[in-house]
Design a protein around this ligand. Structure first.
Ligand code: PHE
Length: 340
């Protein structure tokens, strides 16, 4: 049996070394528990002489008190540490930046369409939409492209199965007719929308893409008005003055017809790989609305005249951002889309 002072020394050392409440509890049991060291001393007291008993009894009681006190003190200290740890763990640091919720954004085509629409709205154009599934009449006949006319082959068409008269619109020009039927000039509209072509895909062709049609009708609208509108549009869209030229061309629904080229946005017209060294980029078709088209829309060509144009929105974005493959718009590759 260890001497009282030895027990005390060891116990206090163990109390001091206890790292947590569990360890401290073990120390308590070892020294003050039912079969602990102090108990053993008390149990063995009967073997001593009365004097010795008194002496040791007194001493061990003091030791017991000291150990109890030390444990109590240590217990308080450990409790406080434990509480602090919990507080520390759950601490709310309001200076830490919040977790950002990842938000997507609009597709580059949608963004561009919105920008284009804003520019035309500022010039007094209304935005009109039409159906993607069209009738043969609106997509072709009413636009002065009769059934067996070779010009029809220029629009590779998806015909809808089981119905010869229905198709996926190949351009947004049919909305010209739909609008003329219901509205009296003067008017100016643009028609953005998805169009479909039955053709092989490559870097510059997709089976579906976006068109922007324009139509302005009044008593004396001419190609000079078209040039003014278009120059303003191109300058606003590309953010710099863009030279344009009109080349004679053919469309069944306009007479005369033009292809519109703009000075290459990559090299400014000097000639580079983007413009194939010509200095020009083809952007759209345009012309004076054909009298037959006005008639099909219910307007008298003797009273009304105007211009129409149609451009590929995808192509326009490709020019602006120097994108070399139209298919990128439809592949849903986030590495591409995130750049806008
Ligand atoms: N609809 C023509 C096309 O599909 C574009 C165009 C529209 C041309 C209006 C002239 C006038 O290419």
């Amino acid at each position: 049996m260890s001497s009282c002072s030895e027990i005390k020394k060891q116990a206090l050392k163990k109390v001091k070394g206890a790292k947590n409440l569990k360890e401290l509890d073990r120390v308590y049991k070892r020294y003050l528990g039912g079969k602990g060291e102090v108990f053993l001393v008390l149990k063995n007291l009967k073997d001593f002489s009365e004097n010795k008993r008194k002496e040791i009894g007194k001493e061990i009681n003091l030791v017991k008190k000291d150990i109890e006190e030390a444990i109590k003190e240590k217990q308080e200290a450990l409790k406080e540490i434990a509480i602090n740890e919990i507080i520390e763990k759950d601490k709310l640091d309001i200076t830490i930046p919040g977790k950002k919720i990842k938000k997507g954004h609009l597709h580059p085509i949608t963004l561009t369409l919105r920008k284009i629409q804003e520019i035309f709205q500022n010039m007094g154009f209304s935005i009109i939409e039409g159906p993607e599934v069209e009738t043969e009449w609106y997509n072709f006949d009413a636009l002065n492209i009769p059934k067996d006319h070779p010009a029809r082959d220029a629009w590779d068409t998806f015909w809808l199965q089981g119905n010869e008269k229905l198709l996926l619109r190949t351009h947004t020009s049919p909305v010209q007719i739909r609008y003329m039927e219901k509205n009296q000039p003067p008017f100016r509209i643009i028609v953005p929308g998805r169009v479909f072509r039955h053709e092989a895909t490559d870097a510059s062709h997709e089976i579906n893409f976006y068109h922007l049609e324009g139509l302005m009708i009044d008593k004396q609208i001419s190609m000079a008005n078209f040039k003014a509108v278009m120059e303003h549009f191109l300058k606003s869209f590309f953010g710099k003055k863009i030279k344009m030229r009109l080349r004679p061309s053919f469309f069944p629904f306009t007479e005369p017809s033009f292809e519109i080229d703009i000075s290459c946005v990559a090299c400014g017209g000097k000639g580079c790989s983007v413009c194939k060294k010509t200095g020009w980029l083809e952007t759209m078709g345009a012309g004076m609305v054909h009298p037959n088209v006005l008639k099909a829309g219910g307007l008298n060509p003797k009273d009304w005249q105007g211009f129409a144009f149609g451009m590929g929105v995808d192509r326009l974005i490709m020019m602006k951002h120097k994108i070399n493959d139209i298919r990128l718009f439809y592949n849903n590759d986030l590495r591409f889309l995130k750049q806008f």
